[in-house]
Structure formats: structure tokens, C-alpha cells
Design a protein around this ligand. Structure first.
Ligand code: HEM
Length: 164
């Protein structure tokens, strides 16, 4: 039986110097996981705080000012989350691709990214008209609701990876 092309890539990742170090060094994997957690605490924390503002909490706080504050931190957090996630992935690549919680997590991540992009390219462009002291339009609140549900599901999947 011929091996699937993906198998060769997974074997190469598994045998890479990085993967060997991630499996071999006692403190490396936990240290990388702590960085991963610090990263998504900032990203998901920022997303949820923004969603709560869109739901109408702290209506006096201008939405665009809040976005201007939170977006750079969210992007910086991604620069920590993605490399640390890939480092952990490399240690047990073949197991992770068969892990339903891991696959679902990455799928939900794509939905969360699409939801955020659609918000910024769509209803957020009219934010000047609902910046403060008025309710955000229904479209914005629906994006906020989707974001809240998706990020909680992503974190749940991340935690469940070790149990599935
Ligand atoms: C931006 C969104 C992300 C969030 C919110 C997130 C969340 C999580 C959570 C909650 C955990 C469990 C941590 C723990 O309980 O110790 C985790 C672990 C993990 N994540 Fe992520 N993650 C994100 C992105 C990524 C990416 C892009 C990858 C890359 C492939 C990735 C790969 C992993 C791996 C391999 C684990 C380790 C599982 C284990 O050893 O148990 N994550 N993540």
C-alpha cells in the first residue's frame, strides 16, 4: 500500500530537529504551551471585550477608539500564538492531525477569522454613525455573538485536545 503524500510531510515534521527538541527537552513543551496560553488570553480577551462593547456595555466608550486600542494587541498576540502552536504541533504532528478536537479547533479558527474579516469589511465601516451612546446595528451584534460563541468553542477544543 502506497503512503499518502501527507504521511511523508508528517514524518519529516516528526523527525525535524525542532520536533525532537520539543519531545526531548523536559521544560521546552510546557514553556511553549505557557506562551501559547499567554498569547490567546490577550487575543481572546480583546475579542470578548470588544464583543461586549458591541452588545451595548460601556456605551459611552467610542467603538472605534476601543478597536484602535485592541487590534494591534490582537495582531501581536497572533505572532505568539501561531508559532507556539506550530511548535507544539510539530512534536506530535501525526497524532494531532488525527485528533478531532484539534481539527475542529483549526476549523473554528477559520470561521472566527472569517467572521472578524467580514465585520471589519462590512458593518464596521459605518461605525462613525454608531460610535458611542447608541445601540450598535443588528449586524454588528450578530458578528459579536458569533465571535463570542466561536472563541469559547475554540478554547474548549484546545483544552480537550489532551483528552480526545
Ligand atoms: C488563535 C487562536 C488559538 C487559541 C485560542 C488556542 C487555544 C488553545 C488552548 C485553550 C489550548 C490548551 C492549552 C492547555 O490547556 O494547556 C491549546 C493547545 C494547543 N494549541 Fe492552540 N490555540 C490557538 C491557535 C493555535 C494554532 C494556530 C495552532 C497551530 C497549529 C495551535 C496548536 C495547539 C496545540 C498543538 C496545542 C497543544 C495541545 C496539547 O498538548 O494538549 N493552536 N490551544
Amino acid at each position: 500500500m502506497t503512503a499518502a503524500p501527507g504521511d511523508a510531510i508528517l514524518r519529516a515534521v516528526d523527525q525535524s530537529a525542532l520536533a525532537v527538541a520539543m519531545r526531548g527537552e523536559l521544560w521546552l513543551y510546557p514553556a511553549v504551551e505557557v506562551l501559547h496560553i499567554c498569547g490567546f488570553v490577550i487575543l481572546v480577551g480583546a475579542a470578548i471585550m470588544f464583543d461586549l462593547r458591541l452588545f451595548g456595555f460601556s456605551r459611552g466608550l467610542p467603538v472605534r477608539d476601543l478597536a484602535r486600542h485592541l487590534l494591534p494587541w490582537s495582531c501581536a498576540a497572533l505572532l505568539v500564538i501561531v508559532p507556539t502552536g506550530l511548535m507544539m504541533f510539530s512534536a506530535h504532528a501525526a497524532d494531532f492531525v488525527d485528533n478531532r478536537a484539534f481539527v475542529l479547533k483549526l476549523t473554528l479558527l477559520m470561521f472566527a477569522a472569517t467572521n472578524a474579516a467580514a465585520f471589519h469589511a462590512g458593518v464596521f465601516r459605518s461605525a462613525a454613525s454608531w460610535d458611542r451612546d447608541v445601540a450598535a446595528p443588528l449586524g454588528a451584534r450578530l458578528h459579536a455573538a458569533a465571535s463570542l460563541v466561536l472563541w469559547i468553542a475554540i478554547i474548549s477544543c484546545g483544552r480537550l485536545i489532551a483528552y480526545v
